[in-house]
Design a protein around this ligand. Structure first.
Ligand code: FES
Length: 101
């Protein structure tokens, strides 16, 4: 079962085109801002565990800082089709940003 968990306030969200790491229960999320909307993936790269929030954001994708695998920020799918990372819905509740994990 998944729950909505507060991860930060709206003012703590990353700037456009950037990513930040947040905790959500037992999960660590990579939250990136794309076209004014925050998108969240699991922060742990499925290749060797690289921290996706420390990667580069480009064309709606995050590029893992360790070996440059690329993941679609909306779906979590690897852009070469070789796998995926979990994508988590986000919503605002007043000033709070919540993730469904
Ligand atoms: S750990 Fe992410 S690409 Fe290798």
């Amino acid at each position: 079962m998944s729950d909505w968990i507060q991860i930060c306030s709206a003012s703590e969200l990353p700037a456009e085109g950037a990513a930040k790491e947040f905790s959500a229960g037992t999960h660590t999320l990579c939250v990136a801002m794309i076209d004014g909307e925050p998108l969240a993936l699991d922060n742990v790269c499925p290749h060797r565990g690289g921290p996706l929030a420390e990667g580069t954001i480009e064309d709606g994708k995050v590029i893992c800082p360790w070996h440059q695998w690329e993941f679609d920020l909306a779906t979590g799918a690897a852009t070469d089709g070789s796998g995926s990372v979990a994508a988590y819905p986000l919503r605002r509740d007043g000033d709070a940003i919540l993730a469904k994990v």
